[in-house]
Design a protein. Structure first.
Length: 147
């Protein structure tokens, strides 16, 4: 389903849960999450603050979104052990328009004792915006306490 304008789609009413994040993502978010019969999904509404000089979604925002979504999926694949990004690639395939609700469904390719390999497609409905893939290192250390 393609969402054209900022006002025509409400993630909360559509079953999405807002991801809490007091760090960097709070500046560029909010990001949304939902679990359904197709698995785990993440999304964000492309707002004017995400625009580049030609008024489409800045590539850095797409990369930030992809890194966070795949990173959360890596933590879950590693039984909530701390994971950090050690490699991340993105191919920009189409444009994210301001007002779009952009989604990704992370796919865990493989989990080893120390690494998680993931990929995902950033989409607006059936339209592909970008593809992402990366590797996360599983660390042997406790999570930082919440502030």
């Amino acid at each position: 389903m393609h969402h054209n304008t900022v006002s025509d789609f409400d993630p909360a009413k559509a079953g999405w849960e807002r991801l809490p994040d007091a760090g960097f993502l709070d500046l560029v978010g909010p990001l949304w999450r939902k679990q359904d019969e197709h698995g785990l999904a993440f999304g964000f509404r492309a707002e004017p603050k995400h625009a580049n000089l030609i008024n489409i979604v800045q590539g850095g925002m797409l990369m930030t979104f992809g890194d966070r979504a795949l990173g959360i999926a890596a933590w879950e694949a590693a039984q909530t052990k701390v994971c950090v990004t050690i490699q991340f690639d993105m191919q920009f395939i189409g444009a994210g328009e301001i007002g779009d609700f952009i989604e990704i469904r992370p796919e865990v390719i493989r989990t080893t004792k120390s690494l998680v390999f993931l990929r995902g497609m950033l989409v607006v409905g059936d339209r592909v915006v970008a593809s992402a893939n990366g590797v996360w290192k599983i660390l042997d250390r406790p999570q930082r306490p919440a502030d």
